[in-house]
Design a protein around this ligand. Sequence first.
Ligand SMILES: Nc1ncnc2c1ncn2[C@@H]1O[C@H](COP(=O)(O)OP(=O)(O)OP(=O)(O)O)[C@@H](O)[C@H]1O
Length: 547
Amino acid sequence: MRLSTRNALLGVIRNSRYVSYRHGHAYIAWRCYSDAKNRTYDDAINLLNTLQTPYAELKRQWDAGIRRGQEDLDHTKQCLGRLGYTENDLTKLNIVHVAGTKGKGTVCGYVESILGEYRKLALDSETRDLHQISLHKNIGLYTSPHLISVRERIRINSAPISEELFTKYFFEVWDKICEPDADGKQPVSPKPVYFRFLTLMSFHVFLSESIDVAVYEVGMGGQYDATNIIKRPSVTGISSLGIDHTFHLGNTIESIAWHKSGIFKGSTPAYTVQQPWPAMAVLSERAYQRRARGFHCVDENPSLKDVKIKPDATFQRQNASLAIALARKVLLKVNRDNVDLEEELKAPGLPERFVRGLESIASRGRCEVRVDGNTVWYLDGAHTADSIIVASKWFCDEVKDKPEPRVLIFNQQGHRETIELLERLFAATERQLKFDHVIFCPSTPPASSTKKDHVNLQTDLEAVASLTVQQKFADKWQELSAERWPGSKTEIKVLPSLEEAFDYVRSIGSTGTESERVEGEKVRVFITGSIHLVGRALNVLEGVDAL
Ligand SMILES: Nc1ncnc2c1ncn2[C@@H]1O[C@H](COP(=O)(O)OP(=O)(O)OP(=O)(O)O)[C@@H](O)[C@H]1O
């Protein structure tokens, strides 16, 4: 047997869970093939979850002051090398790279939706003109976190990749990075953490699936984020800045701006929206230092007055304006010789396809409204000081002219400034409405849940079980209500699970028969404070985890 074949076979044997020396090589090879084929989506998710940093370790890092740094980026690059790619390979993806404290996910979604409209025309071109400027390209989108399924994070042409594709690519990456290879070369040590692994996997998926334009949302910060191994994006954008993730990014707007602007790259156009002045000064300085090709601040696009942006709010028009600028830039870049497209994009006003892209998007868990029998659910995963105000205003606008009852379901356990978040929510709503029922509950799934996409090892499970955080929220709400509405009859509940919160809501709405109820008598429930809470709520509403 040639040496390389022998080594390969030994590697296979080492990786196999079903080795039988009695039956010889043929048997071993068959079992391995079968094993590889039998690795399921659930196997992939279970292994992926082992890459989460458990709460105890996170706490140790916090206490020791261990923050993200250059070594994290170096490790990501090392893993990319193990996958057989160089940073230059990523250039083929014509990446739109977006950072920001709030709105980055929305901006990425808008860009993808606009590009998708150009792609669609390639399929259903009705006129010659449309055909000429259609974009025969595949579009990838990488976002985080997920709401319902991990697969949502990696999308191709607007759809999450299938379980089958996810499993295939997951194990291709896992086997190369986290297992010894056929020649006995040891895995990368340490293994990449959860987000880093998925980022690497997204590169592998997009490069393997011939993606022409990939839109990347930064996970946290920018400078040391795993996505920042992208060396030559086509364009970069920074959405609204505010205070979040202060442990890693610092607690001033300047230091946060410094981290976010780490995505600016030489020879790449850099865009942002109006920011508080100290942040803008840092962005502009960093764009210059990092030799970005121009630094542009995008004002609200005047053409948006004729576009039905949802929700119709200033913050969303700001997100849309940034997305328009980014989409324009990348469209021009990947269709460099398309004169018709250039003409369309440079003409005054918004091209029809941009309008369609902006209007057709349905962002899950962001200002989302769902009607379920006599309950209307208003879901928004806001979890920062600025976004909780935006989300609260949105809810008030939606329901202020509609009759009670109104219910709030709130949770937040990952951040430190959680009471402040609740105070902001109270302040943002109290002038316009009073909640009749306020529920605080953890968002962790029940132990019996079979869906592993929501396993969160980063939560302090002792705190979840003891409900201390939720009790603090309840005390605070009680205090604020008593000051604002002495003698208030608001029902404040601490419940051990989201499932029980839903039962409680249904009990509120169970008076009268369905036919007796009219639109105005619906129970209106605002769920906010955490993207995990909103994701779990959507799971429950969609019956993924039956109550
Ligand atoms: N420009 C903005 N300014 C303030 N709040 C915003 C803005 N854009 C969105 N939001 C609020 O933040 C919520 C989350 O939006 P989005 O997912 O786009 O932000 P994000 O930056 O991706 O946040 P994260 O990933 O941390 O959840 C929205 O539902 C809305 O309430």
